[in-house]
Design a protein around this ligand. Structure first.
Ligand SMILES: [Zn+2]
Length: 389
């Protein structure tokens, strides 16, 4: 429960036109209702929102079915903490001078702890072989686990093999899995790493070993939390591994917006690809993204979004060839969350890449994404306790 003041703040700060209602103990989005015209009243010591509502099924296969609720519904309101799953303390040892900015993850966690009090931290769980096998060949899992990859394969990944590398990769996948599960409860949750989208079923590359988004999407389906999942990949590099793993899977929609001249140079085919030229700026990027999201939601009705919020489209990135500003990236994030909010969709966020000339810039972009995500969580996850249907 939250205080009366908090209810008023919530009403003022979040979208005043509607809130989402979720029935108790429901995992499926069928039970999200869009409501409007809500007002606050206090009864006994409980804070309740009394709402006049127009119910509309959204975010599910049954979207066409509209149901009207009668006059009032009472809600118990709570603002759930936004869960952030971390794995940076499972240190992946790198030789001195290695170009991967490993320290960004710890800096990000420190930044979130300092600036976003609504975010709560949980250690990322370990991912077992059986779960990894939802997206990877068993032989690849075994060869990675026991350090049996060839020098060439290890070089393509870009990290030297160590047991810690395997542990951390399993934990990072576990963080995306946990973020997906938590998003069904509170609307949004984040993995403070992940987005390892260059990992294929049978090999890794580009600092990616296991494909967390593909694994998590498949596991949410296996756990019957979601029927259809959309992966929205806004890292500057194409999600080639994700596209390849899910190429023949109609239940997962892969959408990638990337630099046409950025790695990988041979692109895979996602369900929707938007390749942008070098030097693209905020306006052009955002117009393309808007068009892409329109296309995605016209072709596909997901139950869950997995959002790879790469920081490498930023103008200060060493590798990305785009020129997005910090404000442009905020608009990007809001566009994704607004679309999710309109449809009552849970969102699991993974960080993906970021290689700023100044590492602080990369951390600032990621931190901004989590700050925006956490405001989105405030409008989801309301708990319906009684209904006068
Ligand atoms: Zn990237």
């Amino acid at each position: 429960m939250i205080s009366w003041k908090e209810v008023l703040r919530l009403k003022k700060e979040t979208h005043p036109d509607f809130i989402f209602v979720r029935r108790n103990n429901s995992h499926f989005m069928d039970f999200f209702w869009r409501v409007n015209n809500f007002c606050c009243e206090a009864q006994n010591s409980e804070i309740r929102l009394k709402i006049n509502c127009i119910g509309e099924r959204s975010g599910s296969a049954k979207r066409s079915g509209t149901r009207m609720l009668n006059s009032t519904t009472f809600l118990q309101v709570h603002t759930p903490p936004v869960k952030a799953f971390y794995s940076d303390h499972f240190v992946l040892p790198l030789p001195q001078g290695h170009r991967f900015p490993m320290q960004k993850y710890r800096m990000l966690r420190d930044g979130v702890a300092a600036e976003l009090p609504r975010v709560s931290f949980e250690e990322a769980p370990y991912t077992t072989d059986g779960v990894l096998a939802l997206a990877h060949h068993p032989l690849y899992i075994e060869r990675v686990s026991h350090g049996l990859l060839s020098d060439k394969e290890q070089k393509a990944i870009g990290f030297p093999w160590t047991p810690q590398m395997v542990e951390r990769s399993r934990r990072s996948s576990g963080a995306t899995i946990s973020a997906c599960r938590a998003a069904f409860d509170s609307g949004v949750a984040v993995n403070l790493a992940g987005g390892t989208h260059h990992a294929y079923a049978d090999h890794g590359e580009g600092f990616c070993i296991f494909n967390d988004a593909a694994i998590a999407a498949r596991l949410m389906q296996a756990e019957r939390r979601a029927r259809r999942v959309a992966v929205i990949d806004l890292d500057v590099h194409q999600g080639n591994g994700t596209a390849a793993i899910l190429a023949n899977d109609d239940s997962v929609f892969t959408f990638s917006v990337h630099g046409q001249n950025n790695y990988p140079f041979a692109k895979e085919t996602s369900d929707l690809d938007i390749a942008l030229p070098d030097g693209v700026e905020d306006d052009e990027y955002l117009a393309s993204l808007k068009e892409g999201l329109d296309t995605l939601f016209s072709r596909f009705a997901p139950d869950l979004l997995i959002y790879l919020a790469g920081a490498d489209p930023h103008e200060g990135d060493r590798l990305g060839k785009m020129k997005l500003t910090l404000a442009g990236l905020a608009a990007r994030d809001r566009m994704v969350f607004d679309r999710a909010r309109e449809r009552g969709l849970p969102v699991a966020v993974a960080m993906a890449g970021g290689y700023g000339k100044n590492i602080q810039d990369t951390v600032a972009v990621h931190l901004q994404t989590i700050a925006i995500a956490s405001t989105y969580a405030g409008t989801a996850g309301l708990e319906q306790t009684a209904s006068a249907e």
